[in-house]
Structure formats: C-alpha cells, structure tokens
Design a protein around this ligand. Structure first.
Ligand code: SF4
Length: 333
C-alpha cells in the first residue's frame, strides 16, 4: 500500500453518529480520493472528548458507530489506512510539542472557538483541551507529513492555522514538517429537516444508521414551503427543504416534473415526501445493508482498526523521529 502517491489525511469526530451532512460534505469525497492518493482516515475520539469529556462511554460508542459508517460508505481498508486517533499516541506527543510554540491568541481567534461555545452553551467548554483543539488538529496532520487535507469551506480557517503552526515550527527548527494544502470538498447545500444547518445539536439530522421507520417519520415531518398551507396552494421548490433533498437523490427529468407540479399544486407535499423517501432508500440501501453486516461482525471491525493503527503508527513514528531530532529531544552522547 506504500507508494509515491501524495498523502491525504482527514478525520471525523466521534461525537455522534454520522448524518447525511457528514456523508455529502466529506465521506462521499473521501471514498473518491482513496483511488488517487495514499489516504489516512481516522475516528477522532480525542477530539470528541473536548465536548464529551464527562461522557466517555458515549465517545466509545460513537467511535464504533463512526468506524462502521466509514466502512459502510465505502472506505476500503485495502486502499486506505483506517484507524482510531487514540491508538496512535504520536498525535498527542506532537500536540504537546506544537503547544509550546502556538500562541494562545492564534487559537482564540479561530471562528469555530466562539461559535461552538454559543452553539453548545449547556456544556462546559472552558477547558485547555477545547481551546487547543486546532493545535491537536495540526498535530494530526503534521505527524503524517500529509500533503493534502480534504476540507469543507467552513474548515479552511483551521487548516490555515495548521499551516501557520507548521511554518513557525519549520522557522524555529528547520524544514521538517510539511505544509498541507487543502482539497476543498464541493459541498451541496443540504439543510437540516427544519431548514437550519444539519447538526446533531439541532436534532434536525437524518443519520445513516436511522431505522427505516425513523427515516420515514423524519422526512414526513420535514419543513416545506411555509407559504404552502393547503394542498391547493402552489408551492416554491426553491425554498423547500424536501426539494433540496430531491435535488440530490432524484433523476433530473423527474426533478423538473416535481418542480412544475409543485408550482401548479399538481402534487401534494405528502406524496412528494413519500417519493423522496423511496429515492433515499434506493440511494442508501446498499450502504445501510453493509452497515448492518459490519455491525453484526465486531471482531472483523476490530481487526481492521487494529491493522490500520499499526500502519498509522509506523508512519507517525517516522514523522516523530524527524521532529525529535529537529527539536534536539532526548539524550545524545
Ligand atoms: S410539493 Fe414537494 S417541493 Fe413542493 S413544497 Fe411540497 S414538499 Fe416541497
């Protein structure tokens, strides 16, 4: 699996099960990347602890669920290195070292620092770990000397901070770390079922692991065009959340028909939603089937993650040997 291909790294927090926003915003693209790059994908359980440190049992459960989602969606252990962050201690070692040279104001000005504190106002986010989250991300990337990181537009400030930290390290100790570049994931506009951004904290998400009945219920409760109060009122697909999903899952010709039928009140929202549910099951049927099979074979999942961790450790140890030498760490005769 080693090659001269450029190296890609990305991770997903184990702070919940994965939803359609995670799939279309990241995972779908990762599956494509594994054919052209040497890919490392990890479940970020330490990152999850920044907000769930009082509930470690949940983090373990979500770690398992996210790993299942990775494989079900098509990440292939024969192509990509798939592992759990806390199985590779070198991430933590580099985080400590980068913390020495990362100014606290750099961390405080990352937009998500304040945004998340507002979004999760019921949680205690005053910890050093929460503030240092972007420095841990920098360590996650730099320890593998990753060339590229796939990111959504909203994560670009994090990656820029990684680059700043890497530049500072290289300025102080020599050109050892690699400045990673972004691969921006074209993210379709996928609202939550209530029209806000899809998020676990808002309770408006459809999860890859939701039972069939739950999926049906969620879509049937989705907010549509607020001006379409009665069946005979014409609707506006462009403001309807259900139509936003149709755009992803329904064939173009049928999409045009739905658009016209909605505007002329030729189709009702109940039928329109029912049709969407069918398209959803067509699109995700195989993934959901694979999910069930993987969940039923936990030993196999354990083997895959163990093998992934061993391979990741090897790469991370090579990276750390360079870092230790550059920082003159350890005893030397
Ligand atoms: S008919 Fe479909 S597209 Fe039109 S408002 Fe209802 S759910 Fe939305």
């Amino acid at each position: 699996m080693t090659s001269n291909r450029k190296r890609v790294l990305s991770g997903m927090q184990a702070s919940g099960r994965l939803h359609l926003g995670n799939y279309h915003g990241a995972l779908e693209n990762w599956v494509r990347l594994q054919d052209g790059y040497e890919c490392f994908f990890f479940v970020a359980d330490w990152h999850a602890l920044t907000t769930l440190f009082t509930e470690p049992g949940k983090v373990r459960e979500f770690t398992r669920e996210v790993a299942i989602d990775f494989l079900a969606c098509g990440l292939d252990p024969d192509k990509s290195c798939i592992f759990v962050q806390s199985d590779v201690l070198e991430h933590a070692e580099l985080f400590v070292l980068l913390s020495m040279l990362t100014p606290v104001p750099w961390l405080e000005r990352v937009p998500s620092y304040k945004d998340k504190q507002k979004e999760l106002a019921d949680k205690d986010l005053s910890s050093l770990g929460f503030l240092g989250y972007p420095a841990l991300q920098a360590a996650d990337i730099a320890v593998y000397r990753a060339d590229f990181v796939p990111v959504g537009e909203d994560q670009l400030p994090h990656l820029e901070l990684t680059r700043e930290i890497v530049r500072r390290f290289n300025h102080l100790y020599g050109e050892v770390l690699v400045e990673p570049k972004e691969i921006v994931t074209p993210t379709p506009v996928l609202p939550g079922l209530d029209g806000r951004k899809m998020s676990k904290s808002y309770g408006n998400a459809v999860y890859l692991s939701d039972e069939d009945e739950v999926v049906r219920k969620k879509f049937s409760n989705a907010v549509t065009d607020p001006q379409r109060m009665r069946r005979k009122d014409p609707g506006r697909p462009e403001v309807c959340n259900v139509y936003a999903y149709h755009k992803l899952y329904t064939a173009p010709a049928r999409l045009l028909e739905i658009d016209a039928a909605c505007r002329s009140a030729g189709i009702g929202c109940v039928d329109c939603k029912r049709e969407l549910v069918e398209r959803f099951f067509e699109r995700f049927g195989a993934i959901r089937e694979r999910r069930r099979a993987i969940a039923a074979a936990p030993e196999r999942l354990g083997e895959i993650l163990k093998a992934g961790a061993a391979r990741a450790q090897k790469a991370a140890r090579e990276g750390m040997a360079r870092v230790r030498e550059a920082m003159r760490l350890g005893w030397a005769p």
